[in-house]
Design a protein around this ligand. Structure first.
Ligand SMILES: Nc1ncnc2c1ncn2[C@@H]1O[C@H](COP(=O)(O)OP(=O)(O)OP(=O)(O)O)[C@@H](O)[C@H]1O
Length: 602
């Protein structure tokens, strides 16, 4: 088997430091970078030789991670030997107390890198305290991590648990990290009491739970003691407007936001003392130098990360939110490039090769007709030969996607408008008004049975009735389960497996929604099924769903299951044609993705 090394896969990152930031502190941060552009932005980062280990590659301890953590890291995570490029930049930035805006592909180790840096700081703080036992009363929460859903919070906890279990002399885990999520079995007053009596160094929480906590008892999370705030999956947690919105719509949306800011915005506004009426007046924020004065020097550093951290949101958080000091001296922007820097004019093939897991992921799209027949999308390329599958270019090179003319042409015949919104399954289960057709679930079951060796994930639209889908899939004989890492058993089962195990006689299909799969890392996962074309921000949503596989060279398949072109009711109550296959073709072209035939289907 070909040896895989993460640094060969991840494209180089660029660190952007805006012009005024060429201060002494930033120069020292980038002192080992070797190539800058004309305005002083570092475009190629090459650490000095002294940062390399005996094999000539950068090591975690040279980035500043404590020896005791580095020592056990590889035991806890056998595949983690060297930091990825993103982690090299990120960890050093966090340990140098910089603010960070980070955008890089899914599976480049962003969350893991953040966690390692926070863990490092937690250990440092614990040593400065003189040990947890003697001064437990003086301990406080110093790092706050805001994540979109509770499964991601538990994934962070799971990572710390694994590292902690190998540490010979460590404080109890609850004094290092805890999670707050809304949980009926653990009421808020009890969570608050526990946090106050045994505060962890790192608190990880979902926005609703954290806001409850802050509003219920401000002393449970003392902002003055915070040294780091992290917003993971920031584009999911902080809203922004598309650039092409017209002026009127933008004003309206802004007013709406003023009235109802997202929970994460409310939390950050509280931490960074932002006055609502001020922060939304652009003229004032831009012209009044005192505006940011409440963002003092000893404010907590702010780290924001996502694989899809688009320009409008970056603009909002930097220019309008008031969460960052106006002077950008302390800010590091890490933007993973989609192609290596040496490709001056990347071709579509180059982009495809270096994006979305590169050649490690195969993308498929199945089209399901009214009569239930399943076909590969028009223009899908033949699958690579088995001996080619591990070669770096095989799955994407040489194939060009062609949008089939018939898929684009107008309909020439009517279609039965009474399509199945009510379907009876077995004798007693009725799937009512699903946002997709019932035969699409049948197609998922079929492809799952034919292709999945052990573990797959089905991603549903955010509003889909999860339980009903799970029940329907079970009716087809699929071992379908609600994705719930919160359950202890699931945590150790799905999050832990690093080594490949033989195929199972009874593979499992985890079912989640677009809202609950963000950021999850399930090492055994080989297939992601996406039901329908995501309606809201389809490209970003596809990137996040697809990004659950192909992580760290593990490979994988992403299978979109779409209904064939059909008539459907529009928002205004009229009937129009819905053509998901055509839309996904366009989306694939935009992303430089080449769909490949799934062998079992025509
Ligand atoms: N340097 C490394 N080398 C090898 N594997 C790594 C490394 N860093 C992290 N991993 C593995 O990657 C997984 C975590 O990736 P992580 O979730 O941090 O990626 P991410 O960039 O945040 O992805 P996403 O954008 O989907 O949230 C962990 O399971 C860990 O084992």
């Amino acid at each position: 088997m070909r040896h895989f090394s993460p640094s060969t896969v991840f494209a180089r990152c660029s660190v952007y430091i805006s012009a005024p930031s060429r201060s002494r502190s930033c120069r020292s941060y980038v002192r080992d970078a070797t190539k800058c552009d004309t305005v002083g932005r570092v475009i190629i980062y090459e650490p000095p030789d002294s940062y390399a280990g005996s094999d000539g590659r950068i090591t975690f301890d040279h980035l500043g991670i404590r020896a005791e953590i580095v020592k056990v890291l590889n035991e806890a995570f056998p595949s983690v030997k060297h930091p990825t490029t993103t982690q090299q930049l990120l960890i050093r930035a966090i340990l140098s107390n910089k603010d960070v805006l980070l955008k890089d592909h899914t599976g480049t180790g962003k969350s893991f890198g953040i966690l390692l840096a926070l863990l490092n700081n937690a250990f440092k703080a614990s040593i400065h305290d003189g040990g947890s036992k003697s001064k437990s009363k003086s301990k406080s929460i110093t790092s706050l991590v805001i994540v979109p859903h509770r499964d991601l919070a538990y994934q962070f906890i799971h990572w710390v648990e694994r590292i902690h279990s190998y540490l010979p002399r460590a404080d109890p885990i609850a004094s290092i990290v805890q999670a707050v999520v809304r949980n009926a079995a653990d009421p808020l007053p009890e969570q608050i009491l526990h946090l106050k009596e045994h505060p962890p160094r790192i608190l990880i929480g979902t926005p609703p739970a954290l806001l409850d906590l802050i509003q219920e008892d401000a002393s449970a999370l003392i902002f003055d003691k915070l040294s780091t705030v992290v917003v993971d999956e920031v584009d999911y947690l902080v809203e922004s407007f598309p650039r092409n919105m017209d002026k009127y719509a933008r004003l309206k949306a802004r007013r709406q936001l003023l009235k109802h800011p997202s929970l994460t915005r409310q939390i950050l506004n509280k931490i960074y003392c932002i006055n609502k009426s001020v922060s939304n007046k652009k003229s004032q924020t831009d012209s009044d130098p005192s505006f940011h004065s409440n963002v003092g020097l000893d404010r907590p550093q702010l780290i924001m990360a996502s694989a899809t951290f688009r320009v409008p949101l970056r603009h909002f958080v930097l220019v309008r939110s008031g969460w960052f000091p106006k002077s950008r001296d302390n800010l590091i922007r890490i933007m993973g490039s989609s192609v290596p820097d040496n490709l001056v004019k990347p071709s579509t093939e180059d982009v495809a090769r270096h994006s979305l897991g590169g050649s490690f992921i195969q993308h498929h799209a199945l089209v399901v007709s009214e009569d239930g027949s399943i076909k590969n999308i028009t223009g899908a390329a033949d699958p690579p030969q088995p001996e080619d599958t591990m070669s770096s270019d095989s799955s994407i090179s040489g194939h060009t996607i062609t949008v089939n003319a018939t898929a684009l042409s107008p309909p020439d015949s009517g279609i039965n408008e009474d399509h199945m919104d009510f379907e009876s399954i077995g004798d007693d289960i009725v799937v009512e008004s699903l946002p997709f057709k019932y035969n699409m679930l049948e197609a998922v079951s079929e492809a799952f049975a034919l292709d999945v060796p052990r573990l797959a994930l089905l991603v549903l639209p955010a509003s889909a009735p999860l339980r009903r889908v799970v029940t329907a899939l079970c009716e087809f004989g699929v071992d379908a389960r609600n994705l719930d890492i919160f359950q202890e058993e699931a945590r150790s089962g799905y999050l832990s497996q690093e080594t490949s195990r033989p195929p199972s006689d009874n593979p499992t299909l985890l079912v989640g929604t677009l809202a609950s799969i963000r950021g999850l890392d399930l090492p055994e996962l080989t297939h992601v099924f996406i039901l329908g074309l995501p309606e809201d921000r389809p490209v970003d949503t596809y990137l996040h769903a697809a990004g659950r596989v192909g992580r760290f060279g593990r490979g994988g398949k992403v299978i979109s299951v779409l209904s064939a072109r059909h008539k459907s009711k529009t928002n205004k109550g009229k009937f129009g044609w819905k053509d998901e296959p055509q839309k996904i073709q366009r989306m694939f072209q935009m992303m430089g993705v080449k769909p490949i035939k799934l062998s079992h289907f025509l």
